[in-house]
Write a protein that binds this ligand. Structure first.
Ligand SMILES: [Zn+2]
Ligand SMILES: [Zn+2]
Length: 212
């Protein structure tokens, strides 16, 4: 069975998530944006053996710690979708603009595409490509525990910003209604910022997507 533990990191309180198989203790960090000593301490406390870093998209608060952590621990970088290459190239400028420590450059070991299936210990996680906030944004659907790690696509009561380069509101709404909603109303999502919610609750109450 998969288990997870979310750790808000950086001044943006970005929800980095440790996700692991409790049979093998193999795990990943979804969006290691920063505060690497805290993340490493949680990994050690939970007895996780890291096997990869997974990225939903390449904004600094989600991806800023990736290059350093991958180099220090010898981990592959999985994701995001190639549409975010320009955001990865721009990480040094993003660090400066938002007052982050300098982000180490990196190249994903493996780019992701819609429908990819990732093995994690004895479990699998499905990738959906969900552009709109960024062109290469992906989400990670852990169907066996009815959880989805959605980055900055959807929040409790809100949706991702679309005013960055490459952002597009209609594309984001399509991603939410065509790629998230089919996972089911009971599915709980872990957003990039703020508290968890379920797709069913957002379909009823979220003013940006209510009734879709
Ligand atoms: Zn973002
Ligand atoms: Zn974010």
């Amino acid at each position: 069975m998969l288990r997870y533990h979310t750790v808000p990191v950086t001044g943006f309180q970005q929800n980095a998530s440790l996700l692991w198989c409790d049979q093998t203790q193999e795990g990943v960090i979804v969006d290691p944006g920063g505060d690497l000593p805290r993340l490493k301490a949680e990994v050690a406390r939970l007895g996780i053996r890291l096997v990869a870093l997974w990225l939903t998209h390449a904004h600094i608060d989600h991806a800023g710690g990736t290059g350093t952590l991958a180099r220090e621990l010898g981990l592959p970088i999985i994701g995001p979708h190639p549409g975010d290459q320009f955001w990865i190239d721009g990480l040094p400028q993003q660090s400066q603009m938002f007052g982050f420590p300098p982000a180490e450059a990196f190249t994903p070991t493996r780019w992701l595409a819609d429908g990819d299936v990732l093995q994690l210990g004895q479990s699998t996680v499905t990738v959906r490509h969900t552009p709109g906030h960024t062109p290469g944004h992906v989400v990670f659907h852990a169907a066996e525990i009815q959880r989805c790690f959605v980055g900055d696509v959807l929040f409790a009561g809100s949706i991702g910003r679309t005013d960055f380069p490459g952002g597009d509101h209609d594309t984001l709404i399509d991603s939410i209604t065509q790629r998230l909603w089919p996972m089911g109303n009971e599915t709980v999502f872990i957003p990039g910022h703020g508290p968890e919610s379920s797709f069913g609750v957002e379909r009823r109450q979220n003013p940006y997507v209510r009734g879709t």
